[in-house]
Design a binder for this molecule. Structure first.
Ligand code: CP
Ligand code: NVA
Length: 307
C-alpha cells in the first residue's frame, strides 16, 4: 500500500505544469535506461490492476510491460471475465480491488464511472481512456513533441476530425501548458468546451480543416468513430469525408510540422497513407512513448518525486 498522499490521474488537469515538467524529465531518464538495458526497479512488490471495458493494444501492452519493467506485477481484468460485467457496483469493486493492489488503471465508457471508482479507491487510479478523455495518450504525444522539436509552449496544434476524448484532452493540455489548438470538426461533431472544461483562449475553431492546419507546428487526428460509437459508423463516414489529413493539409502546415495519430489508424479515412507513413509522421515514437511516460507516471503516483 502506498504511503504517499493519494493522487489520481483521471484528467490531464490532475497534474500541474510543474509536475509535467518533472514527469517529462523523468521520462527521458527512464527511456534512456530502457534503451541501455539498465535495470530500474522502483516498484518491486507493487501490483497494478488493469481494468478494460473496451479493447486495447497500446494501453494494455504499455501498462503491463511498463509495470514489469519497474519491478512490479500486473493483474488484468475485463468486463467479460470479472463481476464488473455482472453488475457488481463500481463502488464495491473499487473498495475490494484497491485493498489488494497498489495502483489501478481503468479504460471504460463514461468519465463518471472512473470518478466513482476513484472516490472509493484506497490507491491511485489512472484513466486509460474514457469517452471524454485520454490523458495518458496526450502525455505521450507532448513528450514526443518535446523530443523532436523542444518545448510545446506557444506552438500551434491542428486537430482535424472528431471532437472526441483526444480533442478534449488536447484542449486541457493547451490551457495548462500554454499552446493553442486549431480545431476543425464536421458540423454536429464539434468539441464541447464544457466537457474539456477550458476557456476559449486556448483554442480556435475553423470550418475548413486546411485553415486549421495553416502554419501549424503539429497536425493530429484520430479515428472518425471512437469505441462505443460504432452504431454511428456509416453516418460518420459521410460526415467526415473531407476531414482526412492529406499531403495538401501537411503542406499548409509549417515545413517542419509533425504528424501524430494516437492509433489505431484507418488509412484512407482520417489520414492518407502518404501522411502517416511519410517523413513528417512520428506515430511510432508516439506509440512507444506511451510505455516511457506511463512508467514515469506510475512511479510518480506511488513514490512522488525522486532525485
Ligand atoms: N492509442 C491507444 O490508446 O491505443 P489502444 O486503444 O490500442 O490502447
Ligand atoms: N478516440 C479513440 C481513441 C482510441 C485510442 C477511441 O476512443 O476509440
Amino acid at each position: 500500500m502506498s504511503t504517499t498522499k493519494l493522487k489520481h490521474y483521471l484528467q490531464f488537469t490532475d497534474l500541474t505544469a510543474d509536475e509535467y515538467a518533472y514527469l517529462f524529465e523523468r521520462t527521458a531518464l527512464i527511456k534512456k535506461k530502457f534503451k541501455t538495458y539498465e535495470k530500474h526497479h522502483p516498484l518491486v512488490d507493487r501490483t497494478l490492476a488493469m481494468i478494460f471495458e473496451k479493447a486495447s493494444t497500446r494501453t494494455r501492452v504499455s501498462f503491463e510491460a511498463g509495470m514489469y519493467q519497474l519491478g512490479g506485477s500486473v493483474v488484468h481484468l475485463t468486463t467479460g471475465d470479472s463481476q464488473l460485467g455482472r453488475a457488481e457496483p463500481i463502488e464495491d469493486s473499487a473498495r475490494v480491488i484497491s485493498r489488494m493492489v497498489d495502483l489501478v488503471m481503468i479504460r471504460t465508457f463514461g468519465q463518471d464511472k472512473i470518478e466513482r471508482f476513484a472516490q472509493y479507491s484506497r490507491v491511485p487510479v489512472i484513466n486509460g481512456l474514457t469517452n471524454e478523455y485520454h490523458p495518458c495518450q496526450i502525455l505521450a504525444d507532448i513528450f514526443t513533441y518535446i523530443e523532436h522539436r523542444g518545448s510545446i509552449k506557444g506552438k500551434v496544434v491542428a486537430w482535424v476530425g472528431d471532437g472526441n476524448n483526444m480533442a478534449n484532452t488536447w484542449l486541457q493540455a493547451a490551457e495548462l501548458l500554454g499552446f493553442t489548438v486549431h480545431v476543425s470538426t464536421p458540423s454536429g461533431y464539434e468539441i464541447d468546451q464544457t466537457v474539456a472544461g477550458v476557456s476559449s483562449r486556448c483554442y480556435q475553431v475553423f470550418k475548413d480543416p486546411m485553415q486549421a492546419c495553416a502554419g501549424a507546428d503539429l497536425v493530429t487526428t484520430d479515428v472518425w468513430t471512437s469505441m462505443g460509437f460504432e452504431a454511428e459508423n456509416e453516418a460518420r463516414k459521410k460526415a467526415f469525408a473531407d476531414w482526412c489529413v492529406d499531403t495538401e493539409m501537411m503542406r499548409a502546415a509549417k515545413p517542419d510540422a509533425l504528424f501524430m495519430h494516437c492509433l489505431p489508424a484507418h488509412r484512407g479515412e482520417e489520414v492518407e497513407a502518404e501522411v502517416i507513413d511519410g517523413p513528417q509522421s512520428v506515430v511510432w515514437d508516439e506509440a512507444e512513448n506511451r510505455l516511457h511516460v506511463q512508467k514515469a507516471l506510475m512511479e510518480y503516483l506511488l513514490l512522488g518525486r525522486l532525485a
